[in-house]
Design a protein around this ligand. Structure first.
Ligand SMILES: [Zn+2]
Length: 260
């Protein structure tokens, strides 16, 4: 990530009941339809892992595991993957919008893998090729819009996902909040590694609740190794699928109150 996030006062984002609270049965609150956005493209593949592999290759693999996990969970999912010859961000935004506009209770999960600022890079040899890596950061980060109409539901979904990841032994990274050039991101929930992501167009323009997930720091060899292991990556995907909930729509909430 690059650029500087402007400091804007935090909106009132609290006070929403999550669908997964024990007092509600699953029928009280519809399961969200999940739109999985595969971050980056073949030609513009995002970050480079410590081994030299592309972020895009990690994103694709993880998105497939997430789609499978959602399916196993009985949760409807659509995958958006932007391919050449038209990799424009506007096209990605448009495709996500065209799905979510037809989905009453949709949640977008944008899949990414993370790197660090240049100052934290060191060099090592991988198969005789010099590659950069870091041991300065590891773990997941979640970004949500904080200044838009979907901010509250996005934050609720991010909290649910983060709680699942933390319970499964994953750790949030706070490196995006460092007061250095290129970071200085505003933490909405430090304990859960959730940041305001309005500086990202995909989040700022989203019409449905959205969480951008940096699954891990693939510039860190330890994170890369873990997330390259298919069974570990599948377990993380299942955890995220399990946390992909949204606050109940108002109609469901009032139905639940009437029924109770
Ligand atoms: Zn990315």
């Amino acid at each position: 990530m690059t650029g500087f996030a402007p400091h804007i006062p935090v909106l009132a984002l609290l006070g929403l009941a999550a669908c997964s609270v024990p007092s509600q049965t699953p029928t009280d609150c519809p399961t969200p339809t999940v739109v999985i956005d595969v971050g980056h493209t073949e030609a513009a593949p995002g970050a480079t892992a410590a081994s030299g592999a592309t972020e895009y290759s990690f994103n694709r693999r993880f998105a497939a595991l997430l789609a499978q996990a959602l399916q196993d969970h009985g949760q409807p999912a659509h995958t958006v993957e932007i391919t050449e010859p038209d990799p424009r961000l506007d096209r990605r935004v448009g495709e996500i919008r065209s799905i979510t506009r037809n989905t009453a209770h949709g949640l977008v999960l944008s899949v990414h893998h993370d790197s660090v600022q240049e100052r934290y890079l060191k060099l090592h040899l991988v198969d005789g090729v010099e590659r950069s890596y870091t041991d300065a950061a590891s773990g997941f980060s979640l970004f949500v819009p904080a200044e838009t109409p979907v901010a509250g539901d996005s934050l609720a979904a991010a909290r649910s996902i983060a709680d699942g990841l933390i319970a499964a032994g994953e750790r949030p990274s706070l490196h995006h909040a460092e007061p250095i050039e290129g970071e200085n991101r505003r933490l909405l929930d430090p304990r859960r590694g959730i940041y305001a992501g309005d500086f990202l167009k995909i989040l700022r323009t989203a019409e449905a609740p959205i969480v951008l997930i940096e699954v891990g720091v693939i510039k860190n060899p330890a994170d890369e190794q873990r997330l390259s292991d298919p069974s570990t990556a599948a377990a993380v995907a299942r955890t995220i699928a399990g946390g992909a909930t949204l606050p109940c729509p108002v109609s469901s909430r009032s139905t639940a109150r009437t029924a109770g």
